[in-house]
Design a protein around this ligand. Sequence first.
Ligand code: GBH
Length: 501
Amino acid sequence: MGRISGECIDFGKYLFKDYSNNMMVRENHLRLSKLNIIGANVKKFPNDFVWGTATSSYQIEGASQVGGRGESIWDAFTHIPGKVVNNDHGDIACDHFHKFKEDIQFMADMGLQAYRFSVAWPRIQPDGKGKANPDGIRFYSELIDTLLAHNITPWVTLYHWDLPLSLQLCHDGWMNPQIAEDFAKYASICFDAFGDRVSNWLTLNEPWCSAVLGHGLGVHAPGRVSPDEPYIVGHNLLRAHALAVHEYRSRFQSRQKGQIALSNNCDWREPLTDSPEDRAAAQRALEFFLGWFADPVYKGDYPEVMRERLGDRLPQFTEEERAMLLGSADYFGLNHYTTMYAANGQHSNGEVSAFGNGGMSADQDVWLSADPEWHQTDMKWNIVPWGFRKLLQWIDDRYNSPDIYVMENGCAFNDQPQNGRVADKRRIEFVQSYLSAAHEAIEANVKLKGYFLWSFMDNFEWALGYTKRFGIHHVDYRDGTRIPKDSAKWYRHVIEQNGVL
Ligand code: GBH
């Protein structure tokens, strides 16, 4: 299977499903050429659709002690034995810090239009406060210049979880309301240093994860376990986002003409049965998941159902904060990976709800489950493209048809090189099926404007270390060698065609 001949790549026989009906309907022989896909109808995306890939600083950069970088909470967390599978850490990771030019060449080779990366706060401010570290500024400046020289548009995330350790140890990190000012100052340094060349900003990546995984379940740094901290941390993350956006808009946006938003993660919740109770449970689960961080931005406050159930455990915004939050996103950033069924109440046998429910299932009173028929990725995440379709519609309905950019979607599969080639057929099938679902949403007038595949390359998968491979480029961690997987070649054709089969 899969033979590269001249301009033509033969991807062999692909079994692919019409996931909208969730049944296997046909087998197709995909033959992709540089200019057209032979013998099939391409589902075209809008002309200005943005095709990208994504990464984050701690997951790829390595060079943890280089260039004046301070420590982050993830440096400390990964070096506590037992916190990460195999006690893996990001000291070296993909060594992207030293190999970024090589990496950008791989991006250029696949015709990538946009690349989303994050800035490591402790490279810019080693202890989270005070003046900028010139070596840190220089690294991202060169990265940005090299991307632009290859016609690749940078999309920059300011916070993808690597909080300067000193802010955690000396100031209680995201638990301290003061962090909003610290974050806004850090953000301003970045707008000032890079905003002449960067016009697509994201303040926070997945505040839900910082709150729930970092402060509720303790499986992410800083490893706190608490029923109440997630709501306080979530509150301060939102305040920090709003203040950074306020800085951008009042001091930079009119000159730099960029756009700014945050990216929220949400898995779809499908009612387990048609009963009004289960339908309400699925809706409640989505409001606790995405509404928690999107309602304040689009409606000016938390979802009512959260207030009802949490009472005083959910902090209140001041009038000033509410006003600053409302409308504080120029587009809707969404990270989406999977789907679960949601039912009302706790499971009768007392079974603990799935990880994704955040250990706060008691607050939600929702029980999550999966259809045993569903295929799963190596993360044991269910592959359910129609859930993606439904989530896009839910966002369109609830938030008044915002422009949506999918800032992350992808899958872990552990395909290894054989004779210099990585035949990651399951990844191609995954992305193709999710893009088909995205296309359906666009046909139904959902304003989906871009798609960033997670990830450009295999990298440090947080608590799971290097055991899970999300990349469309394979990384050999022994010597740092990269190999474009079949999915990278396939994605190149998707970009060229501006569509999928
Ligand atoms: C993202 O988080 C991160 O932004 C990125 O850094 C990371 O590498 C990537 O995804 C892959 O993990 O237990 O079935 O209910 C992902 C957020 C939250 C998505 C939890 C899946 C649980 C699924 N994840 N959710 S389930």
